[in-house]
Each structure stands twice: as structure tokens, then as C-alpha cells.
Unconditional design. Structure first.
Length: 330
């Protein structure tokens, strides 16, 4: 492990891991067209998981809150977006890209606004009374996830809900022997845009400086006279909105969603955050991309191991780096 770590550090550090995984997969798969298709699918899946996981990573890093109810925002974002898209079905099926975009933006906006409002309520009512008590945080947020799942059952019913896609995101591009699904390419670009925006806010703005300082040393920031509690609310709301947006994207990716979506994604989201390192946006992105690539490569090479691929990856990473690939500095 030490030799591997030293080699990676010389070549570019842990950021080369997705490249190494892709090269190994290319050798094992053998067919370049299949490899490209699987790689694009893995990157798109990784970016959508990043949207869901980035908020949770920041919330834990800044607030030291284990929020197992985080995936409830994913579920509600998915169902709200699906309902808006169904309501604007005429715009989705139109030949006008402008109408398609308006319908998609309306769905995303509805999911984000819900995430912001629900995040404020959740932090104020559920999380604030249990700060600094991880056991109570786990219990109360798990309970909140169960309540959210039951609320979705009451509102939308237990039957799977079909999610329509905008007309301009349907179909695939055929480049030689390579097939690239348009929706997956869009998901990758959207996730990349969100990461760039988050990185710019955290590293190029005053509010980002305070957030990063709060992650590293909360007491120092408070001693300088800044109100960390206000940052708590803002970060929690932003994280919830990102989770809802990720849920909206995932709904279009799956095209068929159930009330169990949140519970299913909770495991994946926590694996990504643990792999990447708590409190680190760069680590979360790295972990999400690795999870997305591994899920697609192993699903192709060894389908019976597909469900276990995330756990295997997490165990391997934690044996090598117990604090994750890129943990926030404490």
C-alpha cells in the first residue's frame, strides 16, 4: 500500500485513480466501443451521485451532523420534478427545444425550491436540538427518512411513477461504433457545471472562505466574531437543494421511480462521502466518479458482483486511506 501511495503521489495523487480504473477496465473489456459507452455512463452516474452527496459532505464537515435523512430530499426532488414534467407533458414532447428547456428548468426549479424550504425546516426543527449528539442525530434523521417515505406513499401512491424526458434529451448519438446516450451526456455536463460553481464559491468568495475555515476550525471563526450558526442554515439549505436537484436528475435517468428511492440512494451517498473524505467537495467528486465507473465496469464484466462493487471499493479505499481519499483538513 505504501509503494502504491508513493507512486500515485509522484504521478498526480489520488486524482489519477479514475484514470487507472478506466485503463484496467479497457484492458479487461477489450472492445473499445463498449468501453467508451460504459465510461460515459459511469461518468454521468458519478456526476448525479455527486449532486446528491456534495451537500451531505459539507453538512458533516461544517456542522458535524450525521444526517441519515439526507436522501429524503433526493426522493422528494425526484417525485416533484416528475410531477412537474408530467404536468408540462405538452412542452416536453414539442419540437421546440426552447419549450423542452422551459419544462426541464421548471422541474429543476421546483425541486430546488423544495430543497431550500425543506432544508431550512429540517435544520431548524429536527437537527438543531440534537447538535453534538451523533446517536440522537442518527435516530432522529432515520426517523425523518421513514416519515418522508410514508409521506411520498400518501401523496403519490406506492406504484412506480414513470418519468418523461424532454424531447431533445431522448435518443443517443452514434459515433462510429460508440453509442452515447444524450441524457447521460447532459447529466455529466450539469454535474460538472455544479462542481465548478461550488468550487468557485468555496475558493473564490468570502462566504466560501468562512465555510472552509469553519470546516477546519469552527472555534477560531467564532472567536473572530462571525456567526457560524447562520452559515449552518445556509449550508444545510444549499445541501438539501443539491440533493433535490440530484434526485430530479436521477429520476430522468431511471425513468421509473418508487418511494423507496431515498432509502436505496442513502447507502450509495454515504459510501461516496466516506470514500472521498468527510467535508471535502473534491473528495466527494472523486468518490462519486469512482463509484459510477466501478458500478458500470463491474456490471458489465461480472454482473453478479455489481451490487457489491460499492462496498468492495469502500473497503479497499479505507484499508489504504482510513480517512478517505481527500478528507478536509482538521
Amino acid at each position: 500500500m505504501t509503494q502504491i501511495s508513493a507512486t500515485l503521489s509522484r504521478l498526480g495523487g489520488v486524482y489519477l485513480l479514475p484514470v487507472a480504473v478506466s485503463v484496467i477496465a479497457f484492458i479487461l473489456i477489450g472492445a473499445p466501443s463498449s468501453w467508451v459507452t460504459l465510461t460515459v455512463a459511469g461518468l454521468a452516474m458519478g456526476m448525479m451521485i455527486f449532486l446528491m452527496a456534495s451537500g451531505l459532505s459539507l453538512v458533516f464537515g461544517l456542522m458535524d451532523v450525521l444526517n441519515f435523512g439526507h436522501s429524503a430530499f433526493v426522493s422528494f426532488g425526484a417525485f416533484i420534478a416528475a410531477s412537474v414534467l408530467a404536468w408540462l407533458g405538452g412542452w416536453l414532447g414539442a419540437d421546440s427545444i426552447a419549450l423542452n428547456m422551459l419544462a426541464l428548468m421548471a422541474a429543476f426549479t421546483a425541486a430546488i425550491l423544495f430543497g431550500l424550504a425543506a432544508g431550512w425546516f429540517f435544520e431548524t426543527v429536527v437537527i438543531r436540538p440534537v447538535y453534538a449528539d451523533h446517536l440522537r442525530q442518527i435516530l432522529i434523521t432515520m426517523g425523518a427518512l421513514i416519515v418522508a417515505e410514508q409521506a411520498i406513499l400518501a401523496i403519490w401512491g406506492g406504484s412506480p411513477l414513470s418519468v418523461p424526458r424532454p424531447n431533445f434529451l431522448q435518443g443517443s448519438w452514434l459515433i462510429g461504433d460508440v453509442t452515447i446516450e444524450i441524457y447521460r451526456a447532459f447529466a455529466f455536463l450539469l454535474g460538472l457545471a455544479v462542481y465548478i460553481a461550488l468550487y468557485a464559491v468555496l475558493n473564490r468568495t468570502r462566504i466560501g472562505l468562512l465555510i472552509r475555515a469553519g470546516v477546519e476550525n469552527r472555534e477560531m471563526v467564532e472567536a473572530l466574531g462571525f456567526r457560524i450558526d447562520r452559515l449552518f442554515i445556509g449550508v444545510f439549505m444549499a445541501g438539501s437543494a443539491l440533493a433535490s436537484l440530484g434526485g430530479a436528475m436521477w429520476a430522468g435517468y431511471e425513468t421509473l421511480i418508487t418511494p423507496a428511492l431515498g432509502a436505496e440512494m442513502m447507502i450509495v451517498v454515504f459510501i461516496v462521502v466516506i470514500i472521498g473524505g468527510l467535508g471535502s467537495i473534491q473528495g466527494t467528486l472523486l468518490g462519486a466518479i469512482l463509484v459510477g465507473l466501478m458500478a458500470n465496469y463491474i456490471g458489465f464484466l461480472a454482473p453478479k458482483l455489481a451490487l457489491a462493487s460499492n462496498m468492495i471499493l469502500m473497503m479497499a479505499v479505507l484499508l489504504w486511506r482510513p480517512n478517505g481519499l481527500r478528507p478536509a483538513v482538521k
